[in-house]
Structure formats: C-alpha cells, structure tokens
Design a protein around this ligand. Structure first.
Ligand code: RB5
Length: 157
C-alpha cells in the first residue's frame, strides 16, 4: 500500500528518438500500470529525428523539478544520455542490465536512466527500470563523491 502511494506521486519524464517509439510506448504502459505519472517528451514518429533534442528536454525537466526522474531511450541509449549529461545537475546512466541500474541509484544517485531499443528487449528493459526505481540513494561517502562530480561541473561552466 505504502509503495503504491509513493509511486502514484512520482512523475517520470520519458524521452526517445525515432529508434525507440515502440519501446517507449511499452515502457509508458508499464510505468502507468505501476502507478507512476508519465510525461512524454519524446517523438511519436518513426521518421528520423535527433536524439539530443529529447535528451535535453527530459534532462531540463528533471533539473527544473518538473518531473522527479527521467527515462531516455534511443537506438543504443548512448547519444541521448550524453546529451542529458550536459545539463547541470543531471546524472544519467546507460544500462543494459539491472545490477548497474540499481547501483547507479544507490551509489551515484542517478536521476536519469537510459537504454537502447536496439540493444535490449522490453522484458529486460522492465527489469532494469524496476531495479532503478526501487533502489534508494545510500548517501554518506557516496554523497561526498557526488559532491566531487558537482565540483567538476561547477568549475567547467
Ligand atoms: C539513430 O540512428 C541512432 O544513432 C540513435 O538512436 C542512437 O543510437 C544514438 O546514440
């Protein structure tokens, strides 16, 4: 009950390019079934599009607090996560397996998850998402390390 209430309050921004329209739609359904609110910043068309546009939109929404977390999907998850990571305050991780997804939350407090529609299937994507969303940041020495990342970000504005 408690988990469901928390899930209902959480808003997730999703972004994708043309390579990931079908997977995006399945992920949106999955998240809604789990009780998350989803905001779609991605394209719904399969004509060639530019992943930086969607990575940026989701990242800026996360950074501004318009959504709590972001999920990005392109062909590999690489380009769209690179774009997201250029937005101040964003820690985006590309994951093709659940272990790194979970640890990226616990240790690195990632606020954006990315993966590739041409790399993994929908069932693995769901497992990755679940591990990522259910993990909690552990703080302590991990916060110190994130502060060091933020320092690099601040010094390179
Ligand atoms: C598009 O063809 C492809 O380059 C894009 O989806 C992504 O994989 C980039 O990293």
């Amino acid at each position: 009950m408690e988990e469901r209430r928390t899930n209902r309050m959480m808003k997730i921004g999703i972004g994708n390019d043309h390579a990931a329209v079908d997977m995006k739609n399945e992920v949106v359904e999955f998240l809604k079934e789990k009780g998350y609110e989803v905001v779609n910043f991605g394209t719904d068309k399969k004509e060639s599009s530019n992943y930086p546009e969607y990575g940026r939109k989701v990242a800026e929404a996360v950074a501004a607090g318009e959504v709590d977390l972001g999920i990005l999907i392109c062909g590999t998850g690489v380009g769209i996560s690179l774009a997201a990571n250029k937005v101040k305050g964003i820690r985006a991780v590309v994951c093709s397996e659940p272990y790194s997804a979970k640890l990226s939350r616990q240790h690195n407090n990632t606020n954006v998850l990315a993966f590739g529609a041409r790399v993994i299937g929908i069932e693995l994507a769901k497992m990755i998402i679940e591990e990522w969303l259910n993990a909690e940041f552990m703080g302590g020495r991990h916060q110190d390390r994130i502060d060091m990342i933020t320092e690099i970000e601040n010094e390179n504005e």
